[in-house]
Write a protein that binds this ligand. Structure first.
Ligand code: ADP
Length: 226
């Protein structure tokens, strides 16, 4: 299987106090094409940091990130942005939908920024919202939607440009258990159906069990769980 994401020897530390805080210490993992992987670790272990580095939002102090076989450490910020936009999708715990636009428009906008025309963007946005069973809410603004509906719009938006890798940081962390289960199933079904790979940070072990692989962070290192 081909890796879509490969992190090798990643070091990340903060040295803004007397004693440097080592968050990642030669952390490494590979995510293969079509695989879903859960990242389960206590708060403060470095999950968000690892996702930010994997998503090229943050540069590590050492090590290498490869996205779809391409080494990213030597790239400048513009080149990293191009890869991030075309190959990586993000879902956050808090969705950051644009409040003045409808659900449909929120899913269309990133596609239009990527160069699709309005009709193409609208068609794909409609399909995605229908797939996530919120097609009937497409004309509503985020404030008129429930938390679970807003999160499904955010998921549709994050995959609208057909990324290779979906990175999610506690995507259901602020939802009630039933909605959380529902949104999580919608997310993993979409990932499986589309052939994406996904790395999802979650505190929820039951949800993590539904994924192909599970990893954790211990003393800055990635450890594969059974
Ligand atoms: P998690 O997502 O697992 O809760 P984070 O990746 O957010 O963990 O943070 C890992 C560690 O790095 C924490 O101890 C956090 O306090 C620390 N940290 C995060 N950002 C900074 C920063 N800018 N300066 C210093 N320490 C930071």
């Amino acid at each position: 299987m081909k890796p879509v994401l490969k992190l090798s020897d990643i070091d990340l530390y903060y040295s803004n106090s007397d004693k440097p805080l080592i968050v990642l210490d030669k952390a490494a993992f590979t995510l293969n094409r079509g695989e879903t992987m859960a990242l389960i670790a206590p708060s403060g272990a470095g999950k968000s940091t690892l996702l930010h580095i994997a998503g090229l939002l943050e540069r590590p102090n050492g090590g290498e990130v490869e996205v779809c076989g391409k080494s990213c450490s030597g790239l400048n910020d513009n080149e990293r942005t191009v890869i991030r936009r075309s190959e990586i999708g993000f879902v956050y715990q808090f969705h950051y939908l644009l409040p003045e636009f409808t659900a449909l428009e929120n899913v269309m906008i990133p596609q239009m920024i990527a160069g699709l025309n309005k009709k193409e963007a609208e068609n794909r946005a409609e399909k995605l919202l229908k797939y996530l069973r919120i097609g009937h809410r497409a004309g509503h603004r985020p404030s008129e939607l429930s938390g679970g509906e807003q999160q499904r719009v955010a998921i549709a938006r994050s995959v609208a440009n057909v990324p290779f890798v979906l990175l999610a940081d506690e995507p259901t962390g602020n939802l009630d258990p039933i909605t959380s289960e529902y949104v999580f199933r919608a997310l993993t079904a979409l990932v499986r159906e589309s052939g994406f790979s996904a790395l999802i940070a979650t505190h929820n072990h039951a949800l993590a069990k539904q994924m192909d692989r599970r990893i954790t962070l211990k003393a800055g290192k990635v450890i594969e769980l059974s």
